[in-house]
Design a binder for this molecule. Structure first.
Ligand SMILES: Cc1ncc(COP(=O)(O)O)c(C=O)c1O
Length: 400
């Protein structure tokens, strides 16, 4: 008998790990490596949020709390959904977990049975298919094509739906492409979903606040209220408030699902960190004006990166409206040879050679289910980004 459970055997180790650990190794060996792989803002958590945590500790908010969140945080989340998304949830329709990832994990584990299907548009955030597999169900990958701005077409969604489909996972702005759906584009998808009552919607809105060029964010339950009673609207404080380490995510959805999630959480991690919950109350209820500066900084970085990548031989990169990622194509580099004599057959070869020969760490598109592309996170200082793009240009210019 093997040590590892069959469920775990279905899951691959994170494909982003190989490049990350290689980058770490090279750095430790003294090489000058610029990491563009991280999925977290480089900004610090705002001081008012840190102060709220310090005060919570001083008040003695250091004990177990209600499993799926303190009432004060649930109230702040109810208000946030109403204020920012026009969504009305009761307190009993809100859950709080240790990061958006735990909420997603709980929702899928609490609802999926063997043989069930979950539609995951590709390119996807690496965790979606693996969590579906851990839950014993089958991910059905539906390609969001470059020609459609990496947004899933209604026809592709319709084609992927079967009687076994339980969930459609929707992520806008998207990790890894930054693709962001307009209200009309969401409506075209919700029109399809209205015709298939067995399909629930898991809308991952974690990058909601990181949108550019005046883009107006929308979410499916708001666009199509008839879907609200089969939608889980997922969000968190990690990305918008630079709080990745605090581990607070939350969701609004039908009470029966919220209860099932709480049951699962009660037998695994129990409540998310009490101090982080109080910090998140401040994040959601405190001043939001710092976001304007962060968004302006991200937009400037995005514009720099897109423009410099488009000047690199063999690369082409579109300008996404959200998140802090771009997803350039390296089609033009395939079949070529690097200065050190490595042949580039696919995007993994491209990412590996770029790291080894120029010290720039990016993640190959294969990790996100769509090749030949690579993902760059521009959540890093503008000087480092400029230098990284210069090295990418040099790397591409030297391909023969
Ligand atoms: C698309 C997407 N959803 C959810 C998460 C989870 O974030 P957290 O667990 O920090 O809330 C991430 C983090 O990288 C993400 O990229």
């Amino acid at each position: 008998m093997g040590l590892v459970a069959h469920a775990l055997e279905r899951v691959k180790p994170s494909p982003t790990m190989a490049i990350t650990s290689k980058a770490r190794e090279l750095k430790a060996a003294g090489y000058d490596v610029i990491g563009l792989g991280a999925g977290e803002p480089d900004f610090d958590t705002p001081d008012n949020i840190k102060q709220a945590a310090i005060e919570a500790i001083k008040r003695g908010e250091t004990k177990y709390t209600a499993v799926d969140g303190i009432p004060e945080l649930k109230r702040a989340i109810v208000d946030k959904f109403a204020r920012e998304n026009g969504l009305t949830y009761k307190m009993s329709e809100i859950t709080v977990g240790s990061g958006g990832k735990q909420v997603l994990y709980n929702a899928l584990l609490a609802t999926l049975n063997p043989g069930d299907e979950v539609i995951v548009p590709s390119p996807y955030w690496v965790s979606y298919p693996d969590i579906v597999l851990l839950a014993g169900a089958n991910p059905v990958i539906a390609e969001a094509k470059l020609k459609d701005g990496f947004k899933l077409s209604p026809a592709a969604l319709e084609k992927a739906i079967t009687p076994r489909t339980r969930w459609f996972i929707f992520n806008s702005p998207s990790n890894p492409t930054g693709a962001t759906y307009t209200r009309e584009e969401i409506e075209a998808l919700t029109d399809v979903l209205l015709r298939h009552e067995q399909v629930w919607v898991l809308s991952d809105d974690i990058y909601e606040h990181l949108v550019y060029d005046g883009f107006k964010f929308s979410t499916p339950a708001q666009v199509e209220p008839k879907l609200k009673d089969r939608t889980l609207t997922l969000n968190g404080v990690s990305k918008a408030y630079a709080m990745t380490g605090w581990r607070i995510g939350y969701a609004g959805g039908p009470e029966a699902l919220i209860k099932a999630i709480a049951t699962l959480q009660s037998q695994s991690t129990s409540n998310p960190c009490s101090i982080s919950q109080w910090a998140s109350v401040e994040a959601l209820e405190g001043p939001q004006d710092f976001l304007t500066d962060w968004v302006a900084a991200f937009q400037k970085r995005r514009d720099l990166v897109v423009s410099m990548l488009n000047q690199a031989k063999g690369l082409s990169c579109s300008t996404p409206a959200g998140a802090f990622y771009v997803y350039p194509s390296c089609q033009g580099a395939l079949g070529k040879t690097t200065q050190k004599g490595k042949t580039i057959a696919n995007d993994e070869d491209f990412a590996t050679a770029l790291l080894e020969e120029e010290g720039v760490a990016v993640v190959q598109g294969a990790a996100f289910g769509l090749s030949p592309f690579f993902r760059i996170s521009y959540a890093t200082g503008i000087e480092a980004l400029e230098e990284a793009c210069r090295r990418i240009q040099r790397f591409c210019a030297n391909l023969s």
